[in-house]
Design a protein around this ligand. Structure first.
Ligand code: PMV
Length: 310
């Protein structure tokens, strides 16, 4: 019987959210601790089973648009029969962690598995982007790349994404403010701000873009203090784009009090999460408890680099 499985993981943007929409380079890391697994099976009628909804694909609620769009895009491209899809995810939704792109990416991989087709990363990316566009507007593509990458990546809309090889372990702590928000709304607010003051916004975008490569180099060389300083600068610039909130600022301040060399909001902002550099690879524990005390709804730790490909 026709069946296939696929996986993808969460991501955090270290530098360049919003700026990437206007052509600036950005830097993202995978968060393999949070992931999605999709299973597809041939079925008499298309159906979905997920924590949000169980029933016919055609009746799925709007929140499942990324999922249904991915099933349709993959089925069309790979010529598959009607499918039932089961999605198991530990990535919280609407927090800037790439949940929707990860669901789409896992489904596309599962469809390729079911069809017995090897999809290259570019083809997988193109199908995920197609479903992301169908679901919510014009994403830059950083999420679609980062949720399927097993390394940190430097991403820009005008260049080929490049892996960033991290030579020694660097730990990050991600803290959820608990506030749901839509990336499309945050992107729209920045667009409106840019219409009002294009010069100021373009200057901020350029400054964010200037941080991406130094941050990639600091990450690659595991220079946590330097990376932290760059993240702090990025947070200040994102505040000027008005995508931070008092709650996110408070979590960033708490991270610093907890010993982090630097922290910032991550993803679209207006809610969602912050990402903090841990002082050293095993120095995350205190940071985690300080962030919990500061009111973070959930906190995760991830370590990147130093142990070969993950
Ligand atoms: O899905 P989020 O919240 O991580 O947002 C993606 C990053 C943005 O730059 C805000 C939007 C985009 O399409 O790149």
């Amino acid at each position: 019987p026709l069946t296939g499985t696929g996986r993808a993981h969460a991501k955090a943007i270290l530098v360049g959210e919003h700026a990437v929409v206007y052509g600036a380079p950005a830097l993202a890391i995978p968060i393999p601790e949070l992931s999605v697994r999709a299973t597809l099976e041939a079925a008499p009628a298309p159906a979905v089973a997920s924590s949000l909804y169980r029933g016919p694909l055609a009746d799925a609620p709007p929140r499942l648009a990324p999922l249904t769009a991915a099933v349709e895009a993959a089925r069309h491209r790979l010529g598959l029969p009607p499918l039932s899809v089961t999605v198991l995810s530990t990535i919280p939704t609407a927090r800037g962690l790439g949940s929707s792109a990860a669901v789409a990416s896992a489904i596309v991989a599962a469809a390729a598995d079911a069809a017995g087709v090897r999809l290259g990363p570019d083809e997988r990316y193109a199908l995920v982007q197609q479903s992301e566009r169908a679901a919510h507007g014009a994403p830059s593509g950083i999420d679609a790349r980062a949720v399927a990458a097993d390394t940190a990546i430097r991403f820009s809309v005008v260049e080929t994404p490049a892996p960033v090889v991290v030579t020694a372990p660097v730990a990050f702590v991600v803290a959820d403010s608990g506030v749901r928000r839509s990336s499309a709304d945050a992107v729209d607010r920045v667009r409106v701000l840019r219409q009002a003051d294009r010069r100021a916004v373009d200057r901020i975008v350029a400054e964010l873009g200037d941080i991406a490569d130094p941050a990639a180099q600091a990450l690659a060389a595991a220079r946590a203090d330097e990376l932290g300083d760059l993240l702090e600068r990025a947070h200040g610039l994102l505040r000027r784009l008005r995508v931070s909130t008092p709650r996110l600022d408070a979590l960033v301040d708490a991270a610093r009090r907890g010993g982090s060399p630097g922290a910032k909001l991550t993803g679209g902002g207006r809610g969602g999460c912050i990402v903090a550099v841990a002082p050293h690879p095993d120095g995350a524990a205190r940071l985690v408890s300080v962030l919990r005390d500061a009111g973070a709804a959930r906190v995760w730790t991830t370590v990147i680099g130093g142990d070969g490909p993950r």
